[in-house]
Design a protein around this ligand. Structure first.
Ligand code: FMN
Length: 295
């Protein structure tokens, strides 16, 4: 029987390999940005030589409203990838998300694959990351405090990925008590909590519950980019379940819906899922995102 930690590292490796070698994007559904266009306004009085993209992300100043989405950690390959991502993020002074730190809870073998990020990028905002499936199991949040210290995280991300877990051969599909655990994290961690999806999108209804729970950031991670149902179907070679490949809420729809909650709640809205160009980013901002992200 393989050890659990070996299994987690192996899975991380397979995810990266598949994303590099296979077609893992949504097949029919798009992010929806193509359905929008800008209304040209010729009578501008803006000094076009003097546009700054600088903004704030919680307490830190960043040069561009951009986040490199949470991707990897917890395997031998991850150290090199995270070192390079951290280098780039540091040079541009943008935000960097760490991949799921679940593996770091299991053993210390690959702690360096996460810690390398702060060595390479001491000043940028860095986001810790853990899955809902792990969160529901914990009794005390102390291990999560260690995950924050490990990367000196400026915020902690919880990823919601029920479809991915369902289609993953070794997936964990017990989410009872999740909302209470999110409230516990909000109350007991010293950094803000951001909640994201991984490509199926966060609806207005889900976002409202999260914001009522004290969450300070929502990353919609909608449909139109990487399909994690697709990745897991490729891993398990269960092509007969293709019905789920295109499951989810398009990114542009999620951004528009969730941004309407800004009238009542104070939070950072991250638009992601199929953001592939500066034009996608511009449309995501026009629809209400504060920051855009891409994996
Ligand atoms: C190789 C890879 C690994 C990923 N691992 C994680 C992860 O550990 N935690 C997480 O929250 N999201 C993870 N994601 C999901 C992304 O953060 C993102 O939400 C999703 O891929 C949709 O964005 P995209 O269309 O820009 O790829 C991963 C994505 C990729 C490509």
């Amino acid at each position: 029987m393989p050890q659990k930690n070996d299994t987690t590292s192996k899975r991380k490796k397979e995810h990266i390999e598949l994303c590099l070698t296979d077609k893992v994007e949504f097949k029919k559904k798009t992010s929806g940005f193509k359905n929008y266009d800008f209304k040209h306004f010729a009578l501008t009085e803006v000094d076009l030589t003097n546009i700054s993209f600088e903004t704030k992300f919680f307490k830190k100043k960043i040069n561009y409203p951009f986040l490199i989405s949470c991707m990897t950690g917890g395997s031998s390959e991850a150290e090199n990838i995270n070192a390079r991502l951290a280098d780039v993020a540091n040079q541009l002074n943008v935000i960097l998300g760490v991949g799921s730190q679940r593996q770091a809870l299991e053993d210390k073998n690959y702690h360096r694959s996460y810690k390398i990020i702060r060595e390479k990028a001491p000043d940028i905002p860095v986001l810790g990351n853990i899955g809902a499936a792990q969160l529901v199991k914990i009794k005390s949040i102390d291990p999560f405090k260690k995950l924050i210290d490990m990367v000196e995280a400026d915020a902690m991300v919880v990823h919601l990925n029920p479809l991915q877990e369902l289609l993953q051969p070794e997936g964990e599909i017990e989410f009872t008590g999740l909302r209470k655990k999110i409230v516990k994290l909000v109350k007991e961690l010293r950094v803000p909590i951001i909640v994201k999806e991984v490509g199926s999108g966060i609806s207005k209804e889900a976002a409202k519950i999260l914001l009522e729970s004290g969450v300070k950031g929502i990353d919609v991670a909608g449909s139109g980019g990487t399909s994690w149902a697709g990745v897991e179907l490729l891993r398990s070679k269960k092509n007969n379940d293709e019905i789920f490949w295109d499951w989810g809420l398009p990114t542009s729809y999620c951004i528009k819906e969730v941004s309407s909650l800004k009238k009542k709640y104070n939070f950072i809205l991250i638009g992601s899922g199929g953001i592939n160009s500066a034009m996608d980013m511009s449309k995501a901002f026009a629809l209400g995102s504060d920051i855009t992200a891409s994996a």
